[in-house]
Design a protein around this ligand. Sequence first.
Ligand SMILES: [Zn+2]
Length: 458
Amino acid sequence: MFPKTHLTIAAAATVVVTAAILMSPSAQVEAKRMSYALDLEQGTVSDNGTVETPEPEAPNEVVINGQAPVADAEQQAKVTKPAPEAEPALEWQTYKIKSGDTLSSLFKKAGFNDGIMLSVIHGEGEADKLQRLYAGETIRFATDNAGDLAAIELQRSLLESLKIEKAEEGFSGQTVIREPEARPAFASGTIDGSLYLSAREAGLNDRLTMELAGIFGWEIDFVYDVRKGDRFEVVYEELYLDGKKFDTGRILSARFVNRGEDNTALLYTDSNGESDYYAPNGKSMRKAFLRTPINARVSSAFNLQRRHPVLDVVRPHEGTDYGAPTGTPIKAAGAGRVRFSGWKGGYGRTVILQHGDNITTLYAHMSRLGKGIKNGAKVKQGETIGYVGSSGMVTGPHLHYEFRLNGAPRNSRTVKLPDAKPVPASEMARFKRYTEQRLAQFNGFRENFQQLALASDE
Ligand SMILES: [Zn+2]
């Protein structure tokens, strides 16, 4: 059993662990540390050369509870970063932009008149973008020794800024986007009550937990299927800027053991740049159809022996109703083509989609159709095709949804859904190379985690 602990492994240590595993399970790490880049987009491992460290370190150095592995990261940063250039002495004034501030008022506060402001916004490059200011952003003015404006920095967010500098003639501006450093981290837990509580105890934030549920949600119903004792393991990105963690990124790989059944999902970016989650055998984690085309609760189930609520006669209910306020978006359950869009008797405003040769889905009682939804139009899975309403013969606003196989109605909530497309055969070799690295990384984390768990039991 895994204790519900959260641990973070230093990025450098992880790389070493992974590299060691890739080379040989018992390999001693040599005195010269190898720095590997796991290029997950290309599916290759490249050697970034050697980084000199004074002492070889054990490959399984592990840090618990995010206590920063700074020494390694900083040492590496020092090796790769060029020495900062000597800059002329500038004096910076910083203002947090509030609603009501104008560019002119900010220039005035910093001691510069409108003439200077105009020469800045008429400058080269992206200098004119200084005119778009938003409350909450930070602006800094730099003054040189002579008291002249030398530079302006508009910090739009942690990652984006607009930098304007004095050029030979006038000013010149440039948007600078910083790339955060993504370091892999691991979390693991056993479900006691809900996934959300256990995931939070394991150190995952709610966004990662939502994503985790989304990855496995095609196979596992997190409301009905999850049992006490189910386990999860996640390798995800922690995003760092200047050595400080500021956010989490994507889930790279995840495992969910549901009632003894093992599900593993790996994030894979194909050669067209499309990313999705696949099982290690290349099967998509998705289905070709959403189980539910709307974020709403079932108000009336599929029932072929139902009494009709308005007509009060036995009339089969050939679909599932979802009660939702008028205007709630309705998603295409699968990719396909619009076979019908318009008014259809008691169904009211309706869309029928054709998926391949033998499946159709129907969405009735809409208040209005989605943008571009007309006969023959192509739709993507999840695209909004219309909005909930109460058109046709109904007692209140809801979506009536039908799933038909060869024309016969099927219960959309229980019908076996076809899988989404797997990794194509032409890309399988690339996928295999890539998944080997992902699984090695996953196993490295897990082994460290188990060793730690044993150590803390003793
Ligand atoms: Zn209905």
